[in-house]
Write a protein that binds this ligand. Structure first.
Ligand SMILES: [Zn+2]
Length: 339
């Protein structure tokens, strides 16, 4: 049931308290020229079997990140509610207009869902989605999986992450979920790029654990990244006791844990031009090492501008498009950490 204090204008077609499998839509009423009283149909699936913990699985927060969307489409059809104890709520296309368009932000209001939490029940379409997720769905969940990737402009070494990490051990339960996920690479960060404006920030406000992924990117899907997400989500459901222990899928090997820290982990384009990367994903680099050259095709006789890494680290993320403007993120690093 919706919280009594919620002012969300979005209406769910599913009954979150009913056992079995249900699918339907979150109705986001949107009055436009071609449809005065219509709604935007955001697909949602609820699987429930008796009492037990609740997992909320979200993808399509950014519409051009496809690995999580494909993984959750597969899960929606394959997960038998008779196999679970508790409840799984699946929202495969959270920013539905963006997911339909295959874009990071919504074509309706330019909203970046993961920069609009805690949302606004009376706000734009994307603000209404954020509000509904934080104030209606998150409170029902014990744990949230927020499945992202690098999207159109970035490529990651496929990884899981736990944001809002506390170095003093205060977030051990979140780190335990990260370990349960079992990806080859995983990282922690004390603050995410979007901070409190993300779903992860919203989960923290509601006292819930939120595990994320950066499952690849480049606006496409690979089988290896997809398998990482599917195995990880499965293993998180086992970790929560929603799936039986015998359902755990063993990782291919140990997880390499990294930390992503402050501004010196990031490299940005110093100039407008063409991006020539000088390292590749997975490389180990040193402080002062050249990271990229930005070429100036309008004046090709001019020397390219070289930018450098500010610290040692592992190349975790790399920009995809060649055409680049000053301020674009070209790389970010992670540094090995024991967890
Ligand atoms: Zn994303």
């Amino acid at each position: 049931m919706p919280a009594a204090t919620s002012r969300s204008r979005i209406a769910a077609e599913v009954d979150f308290d009913r056992n079995g499998r249900q699918h339907g839509f979150l109705r986001l009423f949107h009055s436009v020229h071609r449809s005065a009283y219509g709604f935007i149909p955001i697909p949602i699936v609820v699987l429930k079997n008796g009492d037990g913990p609740t997992a909320l699985l979200v993808s399509g927060t950014h519409g051009d990140e496809y690995e999580g969307q494909v993984a959750l489409c597969n899960l929606v059809r394959s997960l038998d509610p008779a196999r679970i104890s508790g409840r799984v709520i699946i929202l495969p296309a959270a920013n539905f207009p963006a997911a339909l368009a295959g874009t990071r932000t919504s074509p309706i209001d330019e909203g970046n869902l993961n920069r609009l939490f805690p949302g606004d029940p009376d706000g734009s379409v994307t603000e209404q989605i954020a509000y509904h997720i934080e104030h209606e769905l998150v409170p029902m969940a014990d744990l949230i999986c927020d499945l992202h990737s690098g999207g159109s402009s970035l490529m990651y070494v496929p990884s899981a992450l736990f944001g809002g990490w506390q170095r003093d051990g205060g977030t051990a339960a979140g780190v335990a979920v990260l370990k349960a996920f079992g990806s080859p690479v995983a990282y922690v960060a004390e603050s995410n790029q979007g901070g409190a404006r993300t779903l992860s920030g919203g989960a923290a406000r509601q006292g819930r654990i939120c595990l994320g992924t950066e499952a690849g990117g480049s606006g496409h899907v690979t089988q290896s990244a997809l398998r990482m997400v599917e195995r990880g989500v499965n293993n998180v459901l086992v970790h929560m006791g929603i799936l039986p222990a015998g359902s755990r899928i063993a990782p291919d090997g140990p997880t390499r844990f990294l930390e992503v820290g402050g501004p010196d982990y990031f490299v940005y384009a110093p100039e407008n031009g063409l991006f020539e990367p000088l390292v590749e994903l997975g490389d180990m680099v040193r402080a002062g090492q050249p990271a990229a050259r930005i070429h100036l095709p309008e004046t090709p006789w001019a020397e390219p501008v070289t930018t450098h890494f500010a610290r040692d680290g592992f190349v975790l993320c790399k920009r995809v498009p060649g055409r680049t403007v000053r301020g674009d993120c070209l790389f970010h690093l992670g540094t090995d950490i024991g967890l």
